[in-house]
Design a protein around this ligand. Sequence first.
Ligand code: FEO
Length: 170
Amino acid sequence: MAPDCPEEVDVFTVPHSRMKELVHKYIDMMMNTNFSDVRNLTNMLENLYNTFKEFKTHEQIENKYIMKRLKDKLKKLSIKNTAVCNCHSDNRLTEMLLLVKDGYKLTRKSEADRMNYGTQLRKELEEFTEKFIPHMEEEESVFQPLLMKYFTFEELKQLKNTVIQQHVQQ
Ligand code: FEO
């Protein structure tokens, strides 16, 4: 949570708690998956696919309801801030979804192929996580204060409600 941010206007912490819960779940899942076992692998891939779809939805909600509004507000005030435009440009969600989809093809391949895939998936997930957690922290520590600086308390209360509703509806 951003320092000195009242809960009513904190647009990031609640959705991020869910995202962090999903991260912990897949870390745990990866440690317990036997990639040589087709059923175990398929079950893990299904969970991981749903997780990354949820990350993607989270990003789309932030883009539409938070970043665009912040960007428009800054533009109106003639303030330049490239971080607002670029904060979701390098998070690899689409690549990760494609990698997970590739995993389904392995049900018809050899055990060695599945084990190799497991090694690659673990590595890619580690790299993704190393960026995703700081990314969320950046949103909380950099973008939340910007929102509080340029939006009224009432506007942010409404924005938080919209963001939460959108996450619940997905
Ligand atoms: Fe809240 Fe952009 O992840």
